[in-house]
Every structure is written in C-alpha cells, then in structure tokens.
Design a protein around this ligand. Structure first.
Ligand code: GLN
Length: 379
C-alpha cells in the first residue's frame, strides 16, 4: 500500500498511555478522567437501551438532544441555532472537525492553523486535499495570537481559519479583542472559521467562554464544533456536535452522512434528559477549577514554573530550571524513572518546536494528582 500519510505514526496519546500502562506510571498524559461519569447518566442510558432505543438515530441526531442544545446555546451565549437545520449530532468533535474539512475544502485550499495544534487538525485538512498554513505561538509570547501575522498568511486560497478555545494543550482562551481582530481580518472574504470548543465549560477564574460565533460578524461563517465527552466525563462515548448556519449545515450533513451516518442512539437520549438540569453541565467549571488549584498547590516547592491554565483540563509546566533535555525525551524518561506520564508539547508543532514544557492532565482523582505532584517535587 502507498501510504497517504507517510509521516503519521501512532498518536502521542496512545504512545504515552501505553508507556504509562507498561511501566505502571501515574498517567497524566492522555486527556481523559480516571473517575466515572454520573450514575444518573448511566441509569438513563440503561433505561433507553431497555426501552429499545438501540437502532440508528436520525442522521442529524435525535430531535430532543438538538433542542436542548439549541436552548443551552441560546441561554448561555445568546446564540441562536435552529434544531431542524443548524444543529447536527456527530461521533465526537474529532468527527465534527473532519466532516467540516471534508465539506469545505477543495484541492489546494489553505487552512490557517495555530500551533501548538491538536493533532487531528492537520491530517483532517490534508486528507481532504487542503494545506495547513501555520501560525506559530510560543511560550515567549505567552501563546497569544499576533493577528498581524495571521493577516500576512492570508492568500486567495485561504478557505478557513482553525481555532481552539479553551485551547489544548495551552489552556489559553480567546478574548473579545481576539474576536474583534479576527472579524476585521475576514471581513469581505469568504473565509470560514472552524472552532473547536470542547472545553467550553471548563474555563476558570470567572472567564467567559467566547466562541467566534458570538461575534455578530463571524457567526455566519463559523462551524462551532463541540463535545459531550469532556463536560460529562464520557470521552469514550464519542458524542459531539456541530452548530452552523443553515447553508453550512446542509454541506456539513452531506459529509457526516458518509463518515458515520449517525451516532449512538441511547446516549443521545440520555444526554437530552440529563441536560435539562443546567447544573449538570455548569458544575464542571468549579469541579475542574478546584482540581487545577489543588494540582498547582501540590507543585509549589518544585522547580517547575507555570501560569495557571485559563481553561481545559491541562496544566502546562516549564522545566527549564531542571534540565535542558528535549521535552519528548524527558516525558519518556520521567514516565519510566519517576513514574509520572505527561505529554511533550513539541509534538503539537509541525517542526517540533521545543518550549521545554510538558502538559499534565488534571482530570484525575485527587490521590493520583497529589502522588504525581509529590514525585515531581523531588526533581
Ligand atoms: N483529547 C485528548 C488529549 O488531548 C486525547 C484524545 C485522543 O487520545 N485522541 O489528551
């Protein structure tokens, strides 16, 4: 077989989780909770399975779930999407992004990608005939976006700009100023915005989640891609969604129907019920803020340095006061020697830019976090 992705190997998440399992290390690498979701949610899935909701869901998702999402998005963000033709339930945000790229890209189209970039973005672009154009963000500039640089990368082939807020792996959140500058740049163009917002509810220190779709000039061109997995501790259920204006949704659904066609039915009914109580998704903010605070408190006294994550369930820490080894080698070595697995952030750069930073996932029970911090404090 002639590989279509000759440079693609196993994802770093699989590599590090496997290494952690083999060595018995505490796994703060791959982003998933090591505790269970709400028993109520499991009961609901069970209930709907017993009731016989075990066949294909409608291609666009079950209506009650689309309705509750429409309501949530209107209540929280004053953003209005019609459940009929502007909301689609898919198999995880990774599918939402892939289906969007498949829907919008023609051969040779360019997509602006900010790096560090979550690892599925570029393959989703390239497998659909597009080309990633990188804007590099570094620790030196606190991973903030210089919109002048973005502007300079726009060509007549630019089809979309890929955004993530809160960002993985940096935890950075877009600000109103970012959105205003973005709006200025894309005004009078046909450029789409693809926005990965899977951590929308995991945002700290009283920050407001700002989706590009919340800017009045940007909504019409935005594919808002979200997920249930991070919010409800159900990453393995692989359920997400795409919110987009009618015309965009029509094209999105054409690709979604050939990728997975539809997504698991009983889970969709369970979420539709569970989300009737807004506290079931709003409570995750305080839950993770406490975890972030505990983790960084336990790291006090170590030789690491950090800025508290603005959002997401990842904390980046700099280790340049400890060693100048590459982040990749270090992540592997410390998994084996210290027994704490992390993700080196250079893997999220096209050219493996090394900020000397590791990403730790704090979606873990307190005992694991405390034990990991204790080991890290000895370094
Ligand atoms: N989103 C998760 C992370 O960033 C990983 C998902 C995956 O393993 N593909 O760690």
């Amino acid at each position: 077989i002639t590989s279509k992705q000759p440079n693609v190997g196993t994802t770093i998440f699989t590599v590090m989780s496997q290494l952690a399992a083999e060595t018995g290390a505490l796994n703060l690498s791959q982003g998933f909770p090591n505790y269970n979701c709400s028993p109520k949610l499991i009961e609901l899935v069970n209930h709907y399975m017993q009731k016989g909701m075990n066949q294909y869901a409608p291609m666009a998702g079950i209506m009650p779930l689309r309705e509750i999402l429409a309501q949530k998005t209107a209540d929280l963000y004053n953003l209005h999407y019609h459940p009929n033709d502007e909301i689609t339930i898919v198999s995880g945000c990774t599918e939402a992004i892939y289906a969007t790229m498949a829907a919008i890209l023609h051969k040779g189209d360019e997509v602006i990608v900010f790096e560090p970039a979550y690892d599925s973005y570029v393959p989703s672009i390239e497998l659909n005939g597009g080309k990633a154009v990188y804007v590099t963000l570094t620790a030196e500039n606190d991973f903030t976006i210089n919109w002048e640089v973005v502007k300079s990368k726009i060509t007549e082939r630019t089809k979309a700009i890929m955004l993530t807020t809160p960002h993985n792996p940096t935890g950075k959140c877009l600000t109103q100023d970012d959105l205003n500058k973005l709006a200025e740049i894309v005004r009078d163009t046909n450029i789409f915005i693809v926005s990965d917002e899977v951590y929308e509810h995991i945002i700290f220190d009283n920050r407001q989640h700002l989706s590009p779709a919340m800017h009045p000039e940007l909504k019409e061109r935005t594919f808002l891609c979200g997920s249930f997995g991070k919010t409800f501790h159900t990453t393995g259920w692989k359920l997400g969604y795409c919110l987009a204006p009618k015309e965009l949704t029509a094209e999105f659904r054409k690709t979604h129907q050939w990728i997975t066609f539809a997504s698991p039915t009983p889970m969709q009914y369970a979420f539709a019920d569970f989300m009737k109580d807004p506290n079931n998704y709003l409570s995750v903010r305080a839950f993770y803020e406490e975890k972030r605070n505990k983790f960084i408190n336990w790291l006090k006294g170590s030789r690491f340095t950090w800025k508290p994550a603005e959002g997401s369930f990842f904390q980046m820490v700099s280790y340049n006061q400890i060693t100048d080894e590459s982040d990749y080698d270090l992540a592997v070595r410390w998994t084996k020697e210290i027994g704490v697995a992390s993700i080196p952030i250079s893997v999220f750069y096209n050219e493996r830019y090394d900020n000397k930073i590791l990403r730790f996932c704090f979606a873990k029970d307190d005992e694991t976090l405390e034990k990991a911090a204790e080991r890290l404090c000895k370094l």
